[in-house]
Each structure stands twice: as C-alpha cells, then as structure tokens.
Design a protein around this ligand. Sequence first.
Ligand code: G3I
Length: 330
Amino acid sequence: EGLHSLMVAAGKLFFGTATDTNLFNDTAYQSIATNANEFGLHVPENSQKWQPTEPVEGQFDFVNPDTVASRARAQGQMFRCHTLTWHSQLPNFVQTTQWTRETLTLAIQTHITNTVTHFKGQCYSWDVVNEALNDNGTMRNDVFFRTLGTDYLAISFLAARAADPGAKLYYNDFNLETLQAKADGAVRIIQLLQQQQQSTSGAVVTPVVDGVGFQAHFNVGQTPNKTSLMATMSRFVAMGLEVSFSELDIAHTRLPATEAALRQQAEDYVTVVDACLSTPRCVGITVWEFTDKYSWIPSTFPGEGDACLFSANMTRKPAYSSVSSFLASA
Ligand code: G3I
C-alpha cells in the first residue's frame, strides 16, 4: 500500500506530489511517480505558470501541463493546477509593459480565462493567487498590487470562477503556518474576497474562494507543532473554507543529515500529516517533489535540502516509513 491509498483510507481525498515533464524520462523516478497508490494527485511544478503558458502576450502554450494532466488521468490520479496570478515566473511582457488599471485587468482576465478554460473540468483545484503577502502580512508590492491595489485579488478569482465553476479556487502561500502576522494578512485577503462576493449579488452566490493552501516548506526541528498547525488552519475553516498542505517538504539546514536529524525529519512529517488528519476540512497533502534528487531547495538555499520522503537514489527514507506507519494506524 502507498501513501495515497492509506490517506484515502483515513478519510482524505489525496496524498499527491509535484512533478513535471522535464523528469518524465527518469525511469526510476517515474516508476514511483506513476504509482497511483503512492501519489494520487499530480500538480505541475513549473509548466502551468504564467511564463511558460503565455510567454508572449496572447500566445498560449499548454503542451507540457497537458502532458502532466493526461498522464495523471491515464494513471487514475487527480490533477491540481498551479498557478495563475503570481509575482514570480512571469513572462517579460507582464514585467515590462507600462500598465494602466484597465490594461492590466484585461491582461489578467485574458490569461486566466484562456488558461482555466483550457483545463476546464480537469483541475481538482486552482491556486488562483499565489504568495500575495509579505512575511509581515502586508501586500507584496508586485506589478499587480502596484497597478490595481487589492482589486487584483477579486479580478483573478472572479475570472477563474467564470471559466471553470467546478474547480476549487485557492489562495496559496508559505509561512502562514509560522508567522501570525502573515496568517492575519491571509485572513484579510479572504475577508476582502468574501465581501466582494456579497457586493456583487444580494442573492445566494457561489463562493469566490474555496480554500487556502498552506505550502508547508519547513525546516527539520522547526516544524510547528500539531496544535499550532491546527489553530492556524481553523481560522480559515471558520471562514467556510477547506484547507490543504500544498507544497510540503522539510529541509535539513545542515548536511549531511545525521541519523538523529533523519529521525527528527520523520517526526516533523508525521506532525504535519497528523494535523491534516485531525482537521476535518483538511482535504489532503501534496509534497513538492518526493525525492531529494529533484527538490528545488538546494538551488535556492545552497547547503540545505534532503527535504523529501525519498532519497536521491529513490530509496524510502525514515520520514516515508514513519508517515506510512502513522497513516496505517490512523
Ligand atoms: O526553464 C528554465 C530553463 O530553460 C533554463 O535553462 C534554466 C536555467 O536556470 O532555468 C529553467 O527555469 C527554472 C525553472 O525552475 C524550471 O526548472 C528556473 O531557473 C528556476 O528558478 C525554477 O524554479 C522553480 C521556482 O518555483 C521558481 O520560483 C522551482 O523549480 C519550483 O519548485 C518552485 O516552486 C515554487 C512554487 O511554484 C510556489 N511556492 C514556492 C515553490 C518553491 O520555490
């Protein structure tokens, strides 16, 4: 039995992983990634972002994320979609055009309408807005905020909802789990969107926002405890939303990892899984790659890493065994 099967047996929707087409010719990697009992959901790690999908204004390319989606479907896996309005991995034209409110609104709507329509019916959820906040809870001063203020949030969510009413629409961010001020900022974002929803119609309306994704990029020994994780998630559940851990990995800040550090990593992974299982509206967990071979961390934080459930040579680490036995006993 794999992690996904165990997670489903424990009442959740998925245990998934990020992956992408650049890894599809690594056969050892693929034999694990394609096992639907192990990972029941795939999300493109990069190929569905704005830069690769609309590199030139109005010219769309969905070949790579289509491949991720069609293989997931063929393997009986769910598909999660990532991401639409984000300050990083933007095409040049978004960064260099002298936008007005009107032209940037149209550019966001064009990108979201085309992209979400293309994948209509295939996405369990969309990360509609990603990482809009600074760590202190204020809005990130990116091209969207500079031009549109917080209006870009509702513009994005409304365009996504119109293009695929069946996909769950998420706000996704990191450090919400550890920084109270940043979680406060996310609460304000959800409140803004929910007010927008009320002001567009007096009658019963479909919620504009459905969920919050907690990226859960943690460090070994510094992972928040279960009580703290549950308390943060409950703030959003209380606002009517579902939640998930959307990009889980737990990095060693010192390498090579000692035996003790590997045990601590295993304990930290179990803490996160436990917090999800104990939160009825936590629908699932996605790891941001499952092997140390392809983790994003070493290139961003040199000297750190080995954050995944499988080693670089694809063996199961203590963290894998602990999560697996924890789920089996849940
Ligand atoms: O595709 C180009 C390639 O053409 C070029 O030759 C090569 C040389 O640097 O770069 C390639 O682009 C890289 C891209 O990944 C695809 O491999 C970028 O340099 C690299 O910066 C990019 O990193 C990604 C990062 O997002 C970008 O911000 C990571 O793989 C990806 O794991 C990471 O994922 C993010 C989530 O989307 C949002 N949350 C945080 C998370 C981790 O940073």
